[in-house]
Design a binder for this molecule. Sequence first.
Ligand SMILES: *Cc1c(COP(=O)(O)O)cnc(C)c1O
Length: 398
Amino acid sequence: MSNATHSFDALMEITSRPPTVFVRGEGSLLWDDSGKRYLDFIQGWAVNCLGHSPPAIADALAAQAKLLLTPSPAFYNGPSLALAKALTDQSCFDQVFFANSGAEANEGAIKLARKYGALHRNGAYEIITFEGGFHGRTLATMSASGKKAFEPLFEPKVPGFPKARLNDLDSVKRLITEKTVGVMLEPIQGEAGVWPATDEFLQALRALTEAHGLLLIFDEIQTGMGRTGKLFHYEHAGIEPDIMTLGKGIGGGVPLAALLATDKASCFAHGDQGGTFNGNPLMCAAGLAVLAEVSKPEFLKSAIDAGLFLESELQRISARHGLGEVRGRGLLLALDLKHPIGASVVAQALADGILLNSPQPDALRFMPALNVSREEISQMIDGLDAILTRMGAARRVA
Ligand SMILES: *Cc1c(COP(=O)(O)O)cnc(C)c1O
């Protein structure tokens, strides 16, 4: 496959991609190599929390690149120490291990829980996870995921991940045995189509895991870093997990992820965990720039306002076109389309210069930059409204 200037054949075909090549981004806007402009409500899959190529990140990377790229993970470096300190100061956790991707951070969380089981729970190793959950694409994180499409792939899977149902405490209780060491979940299931765990469920899960001496592990790779209106989603429920993973937004567009643990759960010994690029100063410098911005109270306040505006505009569109509910929190929202028209809406939006995502055939997911403006939200809504009007007209004619 190719377009006017590029051949695409040398890249492995791991997903279906439009024949578009992006060359530049700024805030909520992207440009392709033909000069066409797009309004981006995907942002690298909830990654670019400050928008495309924000000066704060570009400057931090340029300054750090001139100083030190990496000294080796067997030595300390300033940015990783500063970022670990800042993350622990602003969360309920005491220690951090930096990784390069969300899946790698989750692998670390799984290993940490198994280590805890070996040390404190007679070798218990099972981690209860959830139907519909998504934790990454390494073998263990695919095994921990509850994504139906993963089930037949790459057998045999890593054992030890019995699946419960979200917001169903009895389904968790039934799976607890002497082999159980923890419970791991996304507080909002993102890939599955933005299905939130209720605050009450999260509170009950905390009480249940505490009563059984189990670790509670939050995968906040999508929900963390202000995405849902708090710096970390667990704050909404007023509880404290034992382990949390961050990814996506923490690097604001560069590969950075983190595994955080309380003193109780942080039990790695020398040799248990590591990695060549983990905690390298270049990516940690970007992480510091992101955290400095996102943790400002006025930044979170305006992200919350933007989320409420987007939610009410989506509700208006839904009522106008007879669609379903709007789900989610902050700037992680989904619109239930009630019909399997997601792929078609996304394709038409791309043609119209709007980037949207359909994680499930009957839903759209919205994950714009956290500093998206009201005007940009209104532009996207107008574009979506026009597409739905055209499709409604087409359906009535058909
Ligand atoms: C994206 C995501 C991951 C995987 O992160 P990668 O950086 O793609 O490995 C894991 N968990 C959740 C909740 C995610 O949204």
